[in-house]
Design a protein around this ligand. Structure first.
Ligand code: OXD
Ligand code: MN
Length: 603
C-alpha cells in the first residue's frame, strides 16, 4: 500500500511500474519486521548467505556476478541538455537519447519480480542539510544496503509532506549485461537511472549518484558543496575539539584515516580521534562564517581487503553485527568471512568470492587471481557500530571545519604533507591532485591520473565550473579552514612504503591542526609550507621501511623534501591538463597559482 499522499511520489512510482511491469510493488516502511522478512527471503533465494549468528550476528554475505564488481566510470553519464554543461571529464549523453535508451532496456524487466519503493534521506531527517530521495529497485540486496547506508522508511515520506520534491532513482537489475549497463544522471530533472548492474556504487543510488553527482550540481546552484571527503574530529589534551574534512580518491585510505587510533603516547596525553564520516561530506557556510560539514550517509561501504585489527580496528569492529559483506571469501569451517590481510593465517576451508572452493596452497598475494576475496570486496556496516563514532554524527547542524586535506597515492614528488598559502592556493592544490587508480573502479589499476579534489568520477557538471564554485565559496567564508595536501604513499627505489601510515598519520594530523592555531613551525617552499623534520613528533615510532631498516628522521627529511625540478615537471604536466582538458573554464585565480608555482620552481 502506498505510504504517502504526495502526488509526485505516487506518479513516479506509477510511471516506474508501468515501464518495468513488476508483479508486485512493496513500499519500504523501514520497520524491523519488514527488513527481517526481506533478509529471510533473500537467504531462501540464495541472494544472501547467513553468517554465524554467534560470531557475526545479523551478518550476511552476498556475491555479485563476476562482471559486476566495481563502479563503471565509462558507462556513467551526465545527461544535460547542453553537452558543455557536463564538461570534459564526464561521459555525456543527450537526455532524450539517454531516457529512450534506458527505458527500452528497462521495459518489462521486472516482470515476475517485485518492485521495492525505498524512501530515504541523505542527512538526518529534519536537518537543513537533509535531502530526500525515492529509489525504486527490483533488488532486495539494494533495499538492505540502503537500510544501512541511509536513513530510510516512512519518516522520509512524512518529511516530504504533500508536495515536497525529491530525487528520483530508478534501478533495474535486468540481466546484469555489461554491454547494456548504464548509470545515467539527469541533474536538470533530479533523476538517476541505473540498469544492468547490482554492484554497490552503481545501484545504491543515494551514495555516489545522489550524494555526490546530483548533490554537487545542487550545491553549485544553491551555494554549498558536496565533496568526496571523510570528516573526523580530534580532541586535544585540553579538551578542545577540532574537525577536519579530507578528500582522497577511492580506496586510498579514507575509512582508515576517518577511524584512526592515535599512537599510545598520544592517547596517554589525552588525544583522541572520532569519526563523523568516511566518504562524503556536505558542506555549508555557517552563520559564524566558518564551514560546517555533515556526513549525509548512515553507514560505511568500506573496502574489505587490508582491513584488520591493526590497520583499522574500528572499521573491523563496525562489521561485527548487522553487516552485509560483498564478494569476500566465506570461511566454511565457522561460517565467517575472510579477505586478504584480515589475519596472517589463511582459512583452511574457504569459498572464494566467485563461489568456488579456494585453494590456499596456490595463494600468492601479488597475483590477484589467486586471492579469495575480490580486491574491491566491501562491507556495508552501520555507522552506529563504530566504536569511535562521533557524538556529533547525528548533529543537525554538522561540525565546523578547521582544516581541509587533499591526498593522493603518489610514489614520488609529493611530500608527506604541505600547507597551501591561502584558500585560492588550496583550491589550486586540490585541482592539481593526481593519484594512481585503484580497484574501486573497473579498468587498469596503478595508472596515474588527474583527479581534482578526488572528485573526478563524481562531479555532476563541468569541472572548470566546479573549480570556479570552490573559488566563489572562498569569497563567502569569513573564517576559512586552512587547506593541506598529504601523501601517505611515498616509496623508495625498491618500492617500499617510506611512511608507516595508519595510526601514525596522527603525527601529521597534529602538525596540521597546530598549523591552524599557528603553534608549530614550517618552512616556506616553492609549493607551500612544509614542516621541518623537527616539527613532526616521531616519539615511540616503530616502523621498518624494509627488513632491518628502521624509519629515521633522515627518512622523514627525504619525504618532506620538495624537489624543484620534479615540481617544475609537475607544473608543466598540470598546465597541459588545464589547457588540454579543462580548457577555457579554469578560474583565473588558478592560472595565477600555476604561474607562481612555475616561477617558484625556476628560482
Ligand atoms: C566508494 C568509492 O565506494 O569511492 O566509496 O568507490
Ligand atoms: Mn568513495
Amino acid at each position: 500500500m502506498a505510504l504517502t499522499g504526495n502526488k509526485k511520489v505516487l506518479s513516479f512510482v506509477e510511471e516506474s511500474a508501468e515501464l518495468a511491469q513488476p508483479d508486485k510493488i512493496i513500499w519500504i516502511d523501514g520497520s524491523k519486521a519488514q527488513i527481517d522478512a526481506l533478509k529471510e527471503q533473500a537467504v531462501k533465494s540464495g541472494e544472501l548467505i547467513k553468517l554465524n549468528e554467534k560470531l557475526l550476528p545479523d551478518c550476511y554475505l552476498h556475491r555479485t556476478k563476476v562482471n559486476d564488481v566495481a563502479r563503471v566510470e565509462d558507462r556513467t553519464f551526465i545527461c544535460t541538455k547542453k553537452r558543455e554543461d557536463a564538461g570534459p571529464i564526464n561521459y555525456w549523453m543527450d537526455p532524450k537519447q539517454a531516457y529512450e535508451l534506458t527505458r527500452e532496456i528497462a521495459r518489462g524487466s521486472m516482470k515476475g519480480k517485485t518492485m521495492y519503493v525505498i524512501p530515504y534521506s541523505m542527512g538526518v531527517v529534519g536537518s537543513d542539510f537533509a535531502k530526500i530521495g525515492i529509489e525504486v529497485t527490483d533488488s532486495i540486496y539494494v533495499v538492505l544496503n540502503m537500510n544501512i547506508m541511509t536513513r530510510m522508511g516512512k519518516k522520509c515520506l512524512d518529511a516530504l509532506g504533500k508536495d515536497g520534491d525529491f530525487i528520483k532513482g530508478f534501478h533495474a537489475s535486468c540481466d546484469i549485461d555489461p554491454e547494456k549497463r548504464y548509470i545515467m544522471h539527469f541533474p536538470e530533472d533530479n533523476t538517476i537511472i541505473s540498469v544492468n548492474s547490482a554492484y554497490g556504487g552503481n545501484v545504491l543510488l543515494g551514495k555516489k549518484c545522489f550524494a555526490l553527482r546530483i548533490a554537487s550540481w545542487l550545491g553549485k546552484t544553491e551555494g554549498w558543496m558536496a565533496e568526496h571527503m571523510l570528516i573526523l574530529g580530534v580532541t586535544f589534551p585540553d579538551g578542545q575539539k577540532k574537525y577536519v574534512a579530507a578528500a582522497f580518491p577511492s580506496a586510498c585510505g579514507k575509512t582508515n584515516l576517518a577511524m584512526l587510533i592515535p599512537p599510545k603516547h598520544y592517547l596517554k596525553k589525552g588525544y583522541n580521534v572520532e569519526c563523523v564520516g568516511d566518504d562524503i561530506a556536505w558542506i555549508r557556510v555557517g552563520e559564524d562564517g566558518r564551514l560546517w560539514a555533515v556526513n549525509p550517509e548512515n553507514g560505511f561501504f568500506g573496502v574489505a581487503p587490508g582491513t584488520n585489527a591493526h590497520s583499522n580496528f574500528n572499521a573491523l569492529e563496525s562489521t561485527k553485527k548487522g553487516t552485509i559483506f560483498t564478494n569476500v571469501a566465506l570461511n566454511t569451517d565457522d561460517m565467517t568471512v575472510w579477505w586478504e590481510g584480515l589475519t596472517k593465517e589463511l582459512p583452511e576451508h574457504a569459498i572464494d568470492w566467485t563461489g568456488k572452493p579456494w585453494d590456499r596452497t596456490k595463494f600468492d598475494k601479488k597475483d590477484k587471481s589467486t586471492c579469495s576475496a575480490h580486491p574491491n570486496s566491501r562491507f556495508t556496516a552501520p555507522a552506529e557500530n563504530c566504536p569511535c563514532i562521533s557524538p556529533e554524527f547525528n548533529s543537525l547542524k554538522g561540525v565546523p571545519l578547521s582544516a581541509i586535506i587533499f591526498g593522493g597515492r603518489r610514489a614520488s614528488t609529493t611530500p608527506l604533507v604541505y600547507q597551501s598559502r591561502d584558500w585560492n592556493h588550496g583550491v589550486f592544490v586540490g585541482s592539481a591532485m593526481s593519484s594512481e587508480t585503484t580497484a574501486a573502479a573497473a579498468g587498469a589499476t596503478g595508472v596515474l591520473r588527474h583527479d581534482p579534489m578526488a572528485m573526478k568520477p563524481f562531479i555532476g557538471y563541468h569541472v572548470g565550473d566546479y573549480l570556479g564554485h570552490w573559488i566563489e565559496m572562498g569569497k563567502k567564508i569569513k573564517n576559512p579552514p586552512k587547506i593541506f595536501n598529504v601523501n601517505w604513499f611515498r616509496q623508495d627505489e625498491d618500492g617500499n612504503f617510506m611512511w608507516p601510515g595508519f595510526g601514525d598519520n596522527m603525527r601529521v594530523l597534529e602538525w596540521i591542526l597546530k598549523r591552524c592555531d599557528g603553534t608549530v613551525g614550517a618552512e616556506e617552499t616553492a609549493i607551500g609550507f612544509v614542516p621541518r623534520a623537527e616539527d613532526i613528533d616521531l616519539s615511540e615510532l616503530d616502523y621498518e621501511i624494509a627488513d632491518g631498516r628502521p624509519f629515521t628522521r633522515d627518512d622523514l627529511k627525504t619525504i618532506l623534501t620538495v624537489d624543484k625540478e620534479k615540481w617544475a615537471k609537475e607544473a608543466e604536466e598540470l598546465e597541459g591538463y588545464y589547457k588540454g582538458t579543462i580548457k577555457d573554464r579554469i578560474p583565473k585565480e588558478l592560472w595565477a597559482c600555476l604561474e607562481k608555482l612555475k616561477a617558484n620552481c625556476n628560482k
